[in-house]
Design a protein around this ligand. Structure first.
Ligand SMILES: *Cc1c(COP(=O)(O)O)cnc(C)c1O
Length: 218
């Protein structure tokens, strides 16, 4: 029995009902990803379009593909051919470019807005105070569908350190949901990684992105 399969089954058993597991697959081979899929993974998260294309050519349409990295404008065209959701939209400009490309391709792309919940300079994401304004602008874009929020939080250390960031993002999620904006379906709150997913779920995450605990150290 492979370690990857074991890990996936253990995590799936542990997660409460209603929490979606995204296998964060950066640097993993298509073969490793395939093992995770065979053990029950339904969503693959990829940070790099090129790497995703290689994995997609092996694993294909038996899973959903989420983009969880920083999307450069020149990669959007390729990205919309592969991904079912872009979790990391962090500006009106990026949303506009995705919308244009999707219009040309005759697609509707599901997106999440990435929130820079720690307001850290070095991280991507929309600052909490700017989120409502950004969202009100992008609801006009017909070829994207806003389905929730995503945040990173601190990478390591005590998972308790992540709790305030998750709380900020959950409050924002509830606030946006309460606006009932036309065309917006707030249903996913993507937060928590290997070190922090338990705390994230306690704070309301219903989508967790786990890499190391599935595939081992990178
Ligand atoms: C790598 C990554 C993860 C998973 O991180 P682990 O600590 O390996 O679980 C989650 N989300 C994003 C955006 C990532 O880049």
């Amino acid at each position: 029995m492979s370690i990857i399969k074991d890990n996936v089954r253990r995590i799936l058993t542990e997660l409460p009902p209603g929490v979606e597991l995204v296998a964060a697959a950066k640097t993993r081979t298509p073969q490793e990803i395939l093992e995770a899929v065979e053990a029950g993974i339904k969503i693959i998260g990829e940070n790099y379009v090129q790497e995703a294309a290689a994995a997609f050519s092996v694993v294909g349409l038996r899973v959903k593909w989420h983009f969880i990295g920083h999307l450069q404008t020149n990669k959007i065209k390729r990205a919309i051919d592969i991904f079912d959701m872009i979790e990391t939209v962090d500006s009106v400009d990026l949303a506009l470019e995705i919308d244009k490309r999707c219009a040309a391709a005759g697609k509707i792309m599901s997106i999440l807005i990435e929130i820079n919940s720690g307001e850290e300079e070095q991280k991507f994401g929309v600052r909490p105070a700017d989120a409502e304004g950004v969202i009100r602008e992008i609801v006009a874009f017909r070829n994207i569908k806003l389905e929730g929020l995503m945040t990173m939080g601190p990478f390591e250390g005590d998972p308790e350190n992540s709790r305030p960031y998750f709380l900020v993002t959950k409050n924002l999620y509830d606030q946006v949901k309460a606006l009932s904006l036309p065309g917006v379906d707030m249903k996913y709150l993507s937060m928590g990684m290997t070190n922090s997913y338990r705390v994230a779920i306690e704070e309301g995450a219903n989508m967790v992105r786990i890499g190391t605990k599935i595939f081992g150290p990178r």
